[in-house]
Design a binder for this molecule. Structure first.
Ligand code: PXG
Length: 301
């Protein structure tokens, strides 16, 4: 059976799932989205994702034409129709159909669509070997312009960074903010680990990530990792970081819904730590994966 896509209250086979070319989501990137995952019939951090979706919409003054409960039902129905226990869920809310002209108030009603599909992951070997990433010239969007905390349909900033990374022979880019501080990667938050003691227990290390006000999305995986650190008593701080700090970290990793926790072993040609995925990173990845199979909103097919 062909993949079924939800659009405004109805389901359509993938090939017939279409929206208007006058939709401002397409014409102007005027809209918001979420990327969510389901693991073995459990939707991970669904409430957190929907809260972020509603907050992104609120900031751009977009009214989502349904309530949270109806959205949850629509997501679960879409998963059921596609018989997916493990899935990637893309929820998109656009400004809707309007004229040629920016004015959002000429769009009568927001468009909502939900795609659920199998997820394509980074190859396993990258988790074993770690990523080689590169700092790119494109800086992260200014928080005073399009705030990176809004998960909007304007991803050109990130796409340009991705292109620049590829041009530099890497698959992921490190973006700095306009002041030169570390912000995040194109679809992932960034963390580092620094040894502060003998290295015998987790208390001998500190986990660091930039504060999101420097220009990063408030990642839901990021938050889950911070909570895991609290539980295993791994010291944690949000800290303003430079490339120098990352170059001299003992471990670096990225977090995101798609990547989960992925080690970074090289940045701009500098080897990080021992040049292979670190033990704290591996510990956090293991704990994170355990959490995804335990916590979540359950549904049955
Ligand atoms: N930064 C940016 C810019 C992102 O887009 C993250 C960090 C990580 O956030 P979460 O909440 O996922 O931990 C993201 C998330 C996709 C896709 O299809 C993108 C994201 C998530 C899932 C899928 O490209 N970005």
């Amino acid at each position: 059976m062909e993949l079924q896509v939800y659009i405004d209250g109805k389901w359509y086979p993938k090939n017939e799932a279409k929206i208007s070319i006058f939709d401002h989501g397409l014409l102007y990137g005027d809209g918001v989205f979420e990327g969510i995952r389901a693991y073995g019939g459990l939707i991970f951090k669904l409430d957190e994702h929907l809260t972020r979706l509603w907050e992104s919409a609120h900031t751009i003054m977009l009214t989502i034409p349904m309530d949270v409960k109806a959205m949850k039902t629509a997501i679960i129905e879409t998963l059921k129709k596609n018989k997916l226990k493990d899935a990637y869920i893309r929820v998109v809310v656009t400004r809707g159909v309007g004229d040629l002209g920016l004015s959002p108030w000429l769009c009568k009603k927001a468009t909502v669509f939900i795609i659920t599909d199998k997820i394509t992951l980074y190859p396993k070997t990258l988790y074993q070997k770690g990523l080689d990433i590169i700092t790119v010239p494109t800086v992260r969007n200014l928080p005073e312009a399009v705030n990176p905390s809004i998960k909007s349909l304007n991803y050109l900033n990130n796409i340009l960074a991705k292109i620049e990374a590829k041009n530099g022979g890497c698959i992921e880019a490190l973006l700095l903010n306009h002041q030169g501080y570390v912000a995040e990667c194109t679809g992932d938050n960034v963390f580092m680990i620094k040894k502060i003691g003998k290295g015998q227990t987790v208390k001998d290390y500190i986990l660091l990530t930039p504060p999101t006000y420097l220009g990063a999305l408030k990642g839901i995986t990021r938050q889950a990792i911070i909570e895991i650190a609290g539980r295993i008593k791994l010291p944690f701080e949000e800290r303003v970081l430079t490339r120098h700090d990352l170059f001299n970290a003992d471990e670096v990793f990225l977090t995101g819904t798609a990547a989960e926790v992925i080690p970074v072993v090289k940045i701009d040609g500098r080897g990080i730590g021992a040049g292979k995925p670190g033990k704290i990173t591996n510990m956090l990845l293991k704990d994170f994966r355990a959490l995804t199979h335990k916590d979540g909103v359950r549904y049955t097919l």
